[in-house]
Design a protein around this ligand. Structure first.
Ligand code: ASP
Length: 294
């Protein structure tokens, strides 16, 4: 049994969240490939690392350095490493990263460093291998994912790796430069890894317990959808927009890997299962016949 787990920005936001993610991973030996986002918001008005990295690039273009914006990022990562108690020369890694952002001058490169750093730290914390998605995920000259190349690389690179942490959100373009997906794209990376390793399940760990049967801004007591098909998700995609990147369905669907939306803060909740066919007869099992309302 192979499970690919993706942990989003709130699950990587600080040492406490990373500890929670660790205990989820370690409670199940089949959770072998872990795709992570950059640290997200810790509280309502907090700033995501990715947003700060775009600011770094802006500062580089305007002044030649990103000293000012990067210092906030540095502090945050140093604090995470200190709180986790992992032995990793994070200051050195951060200095190299700042230099690379200043030399590269590309917004995609700068933005990708959030996932890169988060994965380096989380791999050290779990004591497993760090595998860079830049080695595996490739875009073609039109900027579209090169599915065949990427699938082959994921399969061969991870074939003999028992457990790994992989940064989400980016790959390389046809010229070998770092290129990111659109915002929220780590969901797509997780789906790609799940397809490449022919996973039995793609668990997408986020901060809600799944898709809701209708828009909670209209119906506050809306219940979680237990099961939904890939096709239905597309129809109701507006409801899941903030839960799962819409392009994350396709790779998993191609390989028939079910996607399970799970809540890092309520790991006992079963979440929403996205599959090709409903696993039960809704009529016979007394389950709601209507999946959701758009
Ligand atoms: N960190 C990126 C973003 O904020 C990608 C992701 O989290 O999926 O959009």
């Amino acid at each position: 049994m192979i499970k690919v787990c993706k942990f989003g920005g709130t699950s990587m936001a600080d040492a406490k969240a990373m500890n929670q993610a660790k205990s989820i991973i370690e409670s199940d030996a089949s959770r072998r490939y872990i795709v992570v986002s950059a640290p997200g918001k810790r509280f309502k008005d907090d700033i995501k690392i990715t947003d700060m990295l775009y600011k770094c690039n802006q500062e580089v273009l305007e002044t030649g350095t990103c000293e000012k914006s990067f210092s906030i990022i540095k502090q945050r990562f140093i604090e995470i490493v200190k709180d986790l108690g992992v032995s990793l020369d994070i200051e050195e890694i951060l200095n190299e990263t700042q230099e690379a952002i200043e030399m590269n001058k590309s917004a995609d490169f700068a933005a990708s460093r959030g996932e890169y750093l988060s994965a380096r730290i989380f791999a050290a914390f779990l004591g497993v291998e760090f595998v860079d998605c830049a080695e595996m995920v490739r875009f073609d000259r039109h900027g579209k994912l090169n599915d065949d190349y990427t699938d082959d690389k994921v399969a061969s690179r991870l074939a003999n790796v028992e457990r790994a942490v992989i940064p989400g959100f980016y790959g390389k373009n046809f010229q070998g430069e770092i290129k990111t997906f659109s915002r929220g794209g780590s969901d797509i990376s997780g789906s790609i890894v799940a397809r490449g390793v022919k996973a039995d399940l793609y668990e997408n760990w986020t901060d809600v317990s799944g898709f809701l049967v209708c828009d909670p801004r209209i119906v506050p007591e809306a219940k979680v959808i237990k099961q939904i098909t890939y096709k239905e998700v597309r129809e109701l995609s507006y409801m899941g927009a903030s839960v799962l990147h819409e392009d994350a369905i396709y790779p998993a669907r191609m390989a028939n890997v079910p996607i399970n939306i799970r809540n890092t803060n309520a790991p006992e909740d079963p979440g929403t299962m996205i599959t090709a066919e409903p696993a039960y007869s809704k009529i016979d099992d007394g389950e709601p016949i209507i999946t959701g309302i758009a």
